[in-house]
Design a protein. Structure first.
Length: 324
């Protein structure tokens, strides 16, 4: 949705003026953001800032006032228009749903505090099912590592350690960039990870190959403290925390050099979990043990990996075709 259309939409939703006082809105936003851990706070701020830009508010307090100041009907119409604008920008269903959830949570708190007597009724965007849970596979991962074999510089050691954590432990991109040097214990062969949606860190065991990659990286780490993975761009020579976008670029670049095309960080996590499912079947581990490895919140998600690996549909199709 372009700027002019957004302005027309805001006017049609009655969002130019508001009856909710700025003071009430400010207290609401402060209460909504209070008590969050750093990662959750950053995510909520990002989502609310996106909505603020959509309604043309000067700050988050003003955005909250505009959303709730004209009553339930106008608020739902605004949220519906915002949802349409998110689709127009071709954002993923997961991103759209997270941003809508932030608005619903804000309004729900306003109702709890007695500022409004209603909630938002706008539902989530329908999420796309996993289309490929295999990622580049083990062979593809090894090919990506091989692209770093001739690299003995600090950045090469860093990238190898990043790839290892994504595949060997099935870590998410945000979990990797959120690590600090103090989270790694090479002697105990452990790493302390703040998982998705978790309040407390979880200690995970490190395989020998991952320990070797981390040891090589820490030996050339610019400071030996602070963020585990740092940037090496011209503006910030080895001190700023590596960003999620930078990890995406590292993985994509290694994938291209390995002849695999566009590999995503989450693709390496997919590959690691798929490999765990395959090896669990061979070594007598149950689905519960694989769930410990993947750290999925719902076993149903993990079953997608299992079913894709077994290819039950394909095997049954062969039997049906043979019988015919």
């Amino acid at each position: 949705m372009d700027t002019q259309n957004a302005i027309v939409a805001r006017r049609s939703f009655g969002l130019v003026e508001t009856d909710l006082t700025h003071e009430d809105a400010a207290r609401l936003v402060d209460a909504f953001l209070a008590g969050r851990n750093a990662r959750t706070l950053r995510a909520y701020r990002q989502d609310l800032e996106d909505f603020r830009a959509f309604v043309g508010a000067v700050d988050l307090d003003d955005a909250a006032a505009r959303l709730m100041g004209q009553g339930q009907g106008a608020a739902n119409a605004c949220a519906l228009g915002y949802k349409a604008s998110l689709w127009d920008r071709e954002l993923s269903p997961a991103t759209i749903n997270r941003r809508l959830a932030a608005l619903r949570s804000l309004v729900k708190l306003a109702r709890t505090l007695g500022l409004v007597g209603w909630t938002l009724e706008i539902g989530n965007a329908k999420a796309r099912a996993y289309r490929d849970t295999r990622g580049p596979g083990r062979a593809g991962f090894l090919a990506m590592l091989a692209t770093l074999d001739d690299r003995d510089d600090a950045k090469g050691h860093r990238d190898r350690a990043v790839l290892r954590l994504l595949f060997d432990l099935g870590l998410r991109r945000a979990e990797v960039v959120g690590l600090d040097v103090s989270d790694v214990d090479l002697e105990a062969r452990t790493v302390s990870v703040l998982g998705k949606g978790r309040e407390d860190r979880e200690t995970l065991s490190l395989p020998a190959a991952t320990v070797d990659a981390l040891r090589a990286w820490l030996a050339v780490h610019p400071t030996g403290e602070g963020p585990l993975f740092v940037n090496f761009d011209r503006a910030d020579k080895g001190h700023g925390r590596l960003t999620g976008a930078a990890v995406y670029y590292v993985v994509r670049r290694c994938g291209e050099l390995a002849g695999l095309g566009n590999v995503r960080p989450h693709g390496l996590r997919h590959a690691g979990i798929t490999e765990a499912v395959k090896l669990a079947q061979a070594h007598g581990f149950g689905l519960e043990e694989v769930l410990d490895f993947s750290r999925h919140a719902d076993v149903k998600t993990l079953m997608i990996y299992r079913d894709r690996e077994r290819n039950v549909q394909g095997r049954l199709a062969e039997l049906v075709a043979a019988g015919a």
